[in-house]
Structure formats: C-alpha cells, structure tokens
Design a protein around this ligand. Structure first.
Ligand code: AMP
Length: 632
C-alpha cells in the first residue's frame, strides 16, 4: 500500500474509509450513519451504533484468549508483580463494576480516579466503561487544589483513590490530599472508594472512605452486563492544560475512540493479537489511556503496566523487562530515553532484546542526538509520533503498517490517515509554503477518536480550538511546525503558554497562579526554557511586594524554597519551577501584556527578536541580569 493514496483516500472519502475501519470492533447495534457533519465543528461518528469499550477490550477476547495474559503488572516500588489473563481481568472488572454500582454509579455518572499505577486503576477505568459511567483520571502527581478543581468541573458520583503512591522509593500519602480536596470542593462526591495498598504509614479514616477489599469480597461472583452505549455518548474526560489557568476537560466518545485505536494498532504500531506491549507512561496522561489500556486490549494484546522509575533498581530495569516478558512493542517519552542514555550502556547490551520490534516515542520533541543514540543502541526502528491529549492518537508518524517511509531525524513524520493536517499562517490563515513556519491545523471533521468537546462547555471548545486561526474554521493544535517537500513536518514549539516538562504538559498560567498565592508575591511570569534532560524546564521571574524580602542570598534562597513548596501544595510537584529569579519588574507592553516570549528568549541566553513597544526597557535588563547572575 502507498501511504499517499491511503492518506488521500481517508480525507477524500471519510465515510467509506471509516466504515471499513469500524468493522474492527463489535457493534451490538450497527450504526446507521458513519459521519454526521450537520453541526460543525462538532462531528459525530458511527451514529446510532451501540457498543461498549469494556466489551471490546475484555469480553470479546474471552472466546479465543481467556488464558492469555491481558495485563502484566510490575512495580519496582513495592516489588510486586502480578499477571492477569483475559479471564482474570474480566472477573476483576466485573467485581469493580459491581462495587461501583453498589455505591450508586450508573450510566452517564462521572467517576474520578486518583490512583497510582496499580492494576485496580485499570479495573476501575474498564468498570466505568462497562457501566457506561464516564471516568476522569487525575494524575497522581497533582495536589489537592488541582484535584478539587477537577472534582468541581466533573461533579463525580464517586472518587476512587488509594492510601498511597510511591516514586523512587518515596511513599506519597494520598488520603490527606484527597481529604483536603474533598473539603475544598463544592461538588465533593458522597463516597470515596479506597484501595488500601497498606503503603501509607498512617491512613486517614474519614467518614466518606469506603474500603474496596471487603466490598470486592462481597461482590466476588457478581456479573455486570455491559451497558450498550450509543457511539457518541462520552467515555471519558481527561483534563489538560491550556492558556488559561482553568484546565479543560477533553471529552471523548465511545465508538469513534474504539475504532481509531484499533486502526492505529495496525497502521501505526503494527501490533497484533498476542503481542506484548510496554507503554511506560502514566494512566493520568493520554498516552496511558490510549496505549497502556485501551488500544492493546482492544487488539487482544498483553499490556505491561509499570510502577517505578527507569533507573531503579538500576538503569537496566526496562531492558530486563523486555527480556523477561518478551516485549514486542515499547512506547515512552524522549525524556526517559535521555535519562537512560546517561546510564551504563552495558546495561542495555546485557539484555536480550530480540523480542522487541519497535520503540515508539511521543509527548515532546525528540532531539537528534537522543534519536541517533537509541536507534543505534537498539538497532530497531524508533518511531517518533506527534499528537496531543485532544486527538487521542497520533497525528504525525511514519505509519509503518501502511508504508515504511524512511524516517527523517528531527521530524515525527507525515500526517496520519484521517487527519487533514495543514500548516497555516498565523496572520492570514492561508496555507504555508513549503519550508515556511506555520501553525499546525486540522480541517473539519476531526477523525474518530479525537475530542468531541470540552466537558460541559461547547462554547469553549469552539472558541478555543476552532476560532483561533484567522478567517478559517480549522482546529488549531497550538503547535508551530514546518513541512518539507516530502510532507514531513517538524515541530517548532507551542504557539501558546503551554510548556512541556519531561513529556508532561503544563500551563505556565497554572504555575503562575500557584506562585501568586504566596503572600510575598506581587507579580510573576513563568516561562519554559530548554533543558538537556527534561526537554523544557519552568523558570519563574518573581516581583516581590517587598523587594527587601530577598535582599540577601540567604533570604532569597529561603523565599525561593517557600515558593516552590507553594507550587507543590497548590498544583503538585510536577509544576515546581526549576529556578526562581527575583526581579524588580517584568517587561510588559504599553497595554500591560506580559512579554513572555521575550522573557523566555532572555532566559535561554539569546536576544529577543522584534519587540512591541515596551513600557520600561530596564525590565528586560533586569531579566537578563537575573539570568546571568543565576547561572554564574
Ligand atoms: P499532551 O496533550 O500532554 O500529550 O501534550 C501534547 C503536546 O506535546 C503537543 O501539542 C506538542 O506540543 C507536544 N508533543 C507531543 N508529541 C510530540 C512529538 N512527537 N514531537 C514534538 N512535540 C510533541
């Protein structure tokens, strides 16, 4: 097959193209319309069709692969390893669904999942899918106020949590965080289901806490039928950062998502039933949703779920997992590879990697030295792929299952089938010439699997994503790119105030809001700068109410630590700035707009390009001085 024809066909005849792909999943009731485009920019896929994600991911495989491993769980934090066949997974999901139902969860209800990387997280997500409830997984690294904001937006009927998470040998108590979030939230659910791993030294005993284990025993043999949902009913909400401080709930459907993931498994990942896939991400991120859980299970594969870091007990752990579990496909973020690159290369060479076919990398730009190192070290294809929470599956990749086009260093590849991806001028909205930098946009309709809307806020969906390119109703990715003559696109960073730290997307506004909540702070600007390992790091430039508060180096250090702790408390440690600089003022335009791009340029040690007229030029000078003093 030729990629070009395949892609062209998917854009020219989406109805035909996706009708064919839809045969990959089970439809309890067939759809009567492939695509409803009567209300742009909204698109509805497989209208009238009724299906269920859990049925397709679990039940459907019982006939042929009940005894095949569905989920292999490895935790280097607790030393626990568990294997669940499809039959086991089916039983555990039924138990979890029965427990949830006994706590009042039904079709259309939201269930907020705040869990570490444990098998119960998979059971809980699939149990929601089974019941027709809408899961919203919140990354375990988020702090109480962030959790509370998500509770208030999703208004869940139930929250599922654990006593603790663990990272790098450190136990993180969850119950105090959940307790604070429950107290802060206006829409706290009546009950919190607790998975007690017996990790936390002391466990809170709030009245709303319900222990999972005794309930699981009680519902051990209960069978819960799959709720057949219309294809366009929501399956989940996943919050992601944008330009404003308020996270957006990316809402996804059921049927379109199932079809898109199943197709991606063949065309992009070349995964087949019976294969083993190890996606080293977290269930709190979209890569975890799509490629730890749904896609491998939809395809009848074995998925490996890992709790731990890539370098504990040593930097060979992931390669040994490949050997031990005969892993065929591996997927992670470039940051992890940069971390592994610093390890003893003998650790990689010592493992038998013969089962591994391909390594997939996504979430942030893949720099050339890292790409070269890992391709050489593994001597296997390394497939960079570009996408975002909103799309749910790759937009750009070398689609080896279609045609193994040659990779080009620095580019994640060519547009994936289904995506009418066009680079456009930010000023005119017109398509860019070859080699010209532009905003990466997608034409209407987005393919199946992409976000349907912002949860509870259609207007925000339209305004944010579909009205930001002048004169065109196209979807903006908020990424810059450039496309070459062969169609390969290179990503050149975000057009908005989102930064990407170790593959985690963070809104600089969210970090600024957290820092501003400290009493000493008058004003703050947070920008992202290049970081050798994490891709980007957040730097904070802070104007104090009382400049003397940071007059001595010791005071400045103490205050910087206090601000970092504030971010930990408000947002979570993932938002903690790498460095805090105290400055007398921030550079702004005459109308008071912060000059973030100029600050970011100075912070990286180069001169800002063209600047609008600024209020006080000395502000730029003070940024420059702060940065060079900080580096010296
Ligand atoms: P998230 O929604 O957290 O997955 O973050 C998505 C953003 O990460 C994208 O909009 C890009 O800015 C960036 N990103 C994801 N994958 C890649 C990639 N392969 N190359 C460059 N940037 C990427």
């Amino acid at each position: 097959m030729h990629y070009r024809d395949f892609h062209r066909e998917s854009i020219a005849n989406p109805d035909e193209f996706w009708r064919r792909e839809a045969a990959r999943i089970h439809w309890e009731t067939p759809f009567d319309q492939v695509l409803d485009r009567s209300n742009p920019p909204f698109a509805r896929w497989f209208c009238g069709g009724r299906t269920n994600l859990c049925f397709n991911a679990v039940d459907r495989h019982l006939a042929a692969r009940a005894q095949q491993n569905a989920l292999v769980y490895v935790s280097t934090e607790t030393g626990i390893e568990r294997r669940y066949t499809y039959a086991d997974l089916h039983a555990e999901v039924n138990r979890m669904a029965a427990v949830m139902r006994s706590l009042g969860v039904g079709r259309g209800d939201r269930v907020l999942i705040y869990l570490p990387m444990i098998p119960e997280a998979v059971f809980a997500m699939l149990a929601c899918a089974r019941l027709g409830a809408i899961h919203s997984v919140v990354f375990g690294g988020f702090a109480a106020p962030s959790l509370a904001a998500r509770i208030d937006d999703a208004k869940p009927a139930l929250l599922v949590t654990a006593d603790a998470g663990a990272r790098g040998g450190k136990v993180i108590d969850y119950t105090p965080l959940v307790d604070e979030a429950m107290a802060r939230a206006a829409h706290a659910p009546p009950k919190v289901l607790l998975i007690d791993r017996q990790l936390a030294p002391e466990r809170l005993n709030a009245p709303y806490l319900v222990d999972y284990e005794p309930l699981r025993e009680q519902h051990y043999d209960v069978q819960i039928p799959c709720e057949w949902l219309e294809s366009n009913e929501p399956s989940y909400i996943l919050y992601t950062s944008g330009t404003t401080g308020k996270p957006k709930g990316v809402q996804r459907d059921v049927g379109g998502y199932a079809v898109a993931l199943a197709a991606s498994m063949e065309y992009i990942f070349e995964g087949r039933a019976g294969d083993t896939m190890f996606t080293a991400s977290d269930i709190g991120w979209v890569v975890g949703h799509s490629y730890i859980i749904y896609a491998p299970l939809l395809a009848g594969m074995t998925t490996v779920m890992y709790e731990g870091t890539p370098i504990r007990p040593d930097g060979g752990i992931w390669w040994r997992l490949v050997e031990q579990h005969r892993i065929n496909l591996m997927f992670t973020a470039p940051t992890a590879i940069r971390v592994l690159k610093k390890q003893d290369p003998a650790l990689l060479r010592a493992a038998d990697l013969s089962s591994l076919r391909t390594l997939f990398l996504a979430g942030e730009p893949l720099d050339e030295p890292t790409a070269e190192w890992i391709s050489e070290a593994l001597d296997k294809p390394v497939v960079d792929n570009y996408w975002q929470t909103e799309t749910g599956w790759p937009m750009l990749a070398i689609q080896r299952g279609v045609e193994a086009l040659p990779p080009k260093l620095g580019s994640p590849g060519v547009p994936c089938y289904g995506y009418d991806l066009v680079l456009r001028s930010e000023h005119t909205g017109e398509p860019c010439a070859q080699g010209e930098k532009g905003v990466i946009t997608l034409g209407y309709p987005l393919p199946p699997g992409c976000m349907q809307t912002v949860w509870g806020d259609d207007a925000r969906f339209v305004k944010t994503y579909w009205e930001s390119v002048p004169g065109q109703q196209v979807y903006s990715t908020f990424d810059w790119g450039v496309q070459d003559a062969d169609g390969y696109v290179t990503i050149l960073g975000r057009t908005d105030d989102v930064i990407n730290v170790a593959g985690h997307r963070l809104g600089t506004r969210e970090i600024e809001e957290a820092i501003s909540s400290h009493a000493a702070v008058a004003e703050v600007a947070v920008v992202g700068v290049n970081d050798a390992v994490k891709g980007q790091a957040a730097l904070a430039f802070v104007v104090l109410r009382d400049a003397n508060a940071a007059a001595s180096p010791a005071d400045a250090q103490k205050l910087a630590a206090a601000l970092a702790a504030t971010v930990d408390r408000q947002l979570g440690a993932i938002g903690r700035p790498a460095r805090v600089h105290f400055v007398p003022m921030l550079p702004k335009t005459r109308s008071g707009k912060l000059l973030r791009r100029a600050i970011a340029a100075l912070a990286e040690g180069h001169e800002p390009g063209d600047l609008p007229t600024i209020e006080d030029a000395s502000a730029l000078l003070s940024i420059r001085e702060a940065v060079s003093a900080g580096n010296g």
